[in-house]
Design a protein around this ligand. Structure first.
Ligand SMILES: Cc1cc2nc3c(=O)[nH]c(=O)nc-3n(C[C@H](O)[C@H](O)[C@H](O)COP(=O)(O)O)c2cc1C
Length: 209
């Protein structure tokens, strides 16, 4: 069973989202040892810029036109990243909220890989998924709490709705998620919330594999 473990925090050992997705995989291995994990930390991948040359490569690929060596290198790297999604039987994704949304480096990965006819189809009218991933787990880490009838209601959340939409659009059929909020500081209260979050992710192991 191949799992693509996407990490979106640059904070390594200090990262709460990475601690939680890793806890989910540790708990999973206790009941399902045959997990082949592909760790994709968006900060360590040296992702190619999606600049004029990369966009040129994309359109040349779509139109089957000859590419320069640089365009070929970029396009092959994009295909390699797409391949990691295509090989995944499950996706485990952890991300911090940054400015009410997702870290720009995760958006960078999405912009590189969300290619028509690779992760999804579009016939001019409708979008269709091209992945066949039955389940994904997403851990959302946030410094604040987004609650109805407070100064920061759920309408501030441009993190979970987008990721949920994107995963379903490319072909993830069931998205399980855990929100760990109010974890801005590295203090005892945050540690307790992360510990509770680890219990929450462990409860989602059953039936995931
Ligand atoms: C650049 C940056 C922007 C942030 N923006 C928000 C935000 O808009 N809302 C929020 O609730 N927390 C925000 N935070 C706090 C993080 O979401 C929170 O600390 C999270 O637990 C970090 O996850 P990590 O430990 O996996 O890196 C921000 C943190 C950083 C570094």
């Amino acid at each position: 069973m191949n799992v693509l473990h996407i990490q979106s925090s640059p904070r390594g050992d200090k990262s709460k989202s990475i601690a939680l997705t890793s806890a989910f995989l540790s708990a999973s291995r206790k009941v399902f040892p045959a997990i082949d994990e592909d760790v994709l930390n968006v900060w360590n991948e040296n992702l190619p810029e999606f600049d004029t040359a990369s966009i040129g490569a994309k359109y040349k690929a779509i139109n089957h036109q000859p590419m320069t060596d640089a365009e070929t290198r970029t396009w092959n790297r994009i295909l390699e990243l797409i391949g990691r999604f295509q090989r995944a039987n499950r996706i485990v994704l952890g991300l911090p909220m940054w400015n009410f949304s997702i870290p720009y480096k995760l958006k960078h990965l999405i912009d590189l890989t969300a290619q028509r006819n690779y992760l999804f189809t579009y016939d001019g009218k409708e979008y269709g998924p091209l992945l066949d991933v039955p389940k994904a787990l997403v851990v959302y880490a946030r410094g604040s709490v987004y609650r109805e009838n407070t100064p920061i209601p759920p309408s501030f959340d441009h993190q979970a709705p987008y990721i949920d939409f994107w995963l379903r659009m490319i072909g993830v059929r069931e998205v399980r998620s855990v929100v760990v909020d109010n974890v801005f500081q590295d203090d005892a209260e945050s540690a307790a919330r992360v510990a509770a979050g680890k219990q929450s992710v462990a409860r989602l192991v059953d039936g995931f594999w």
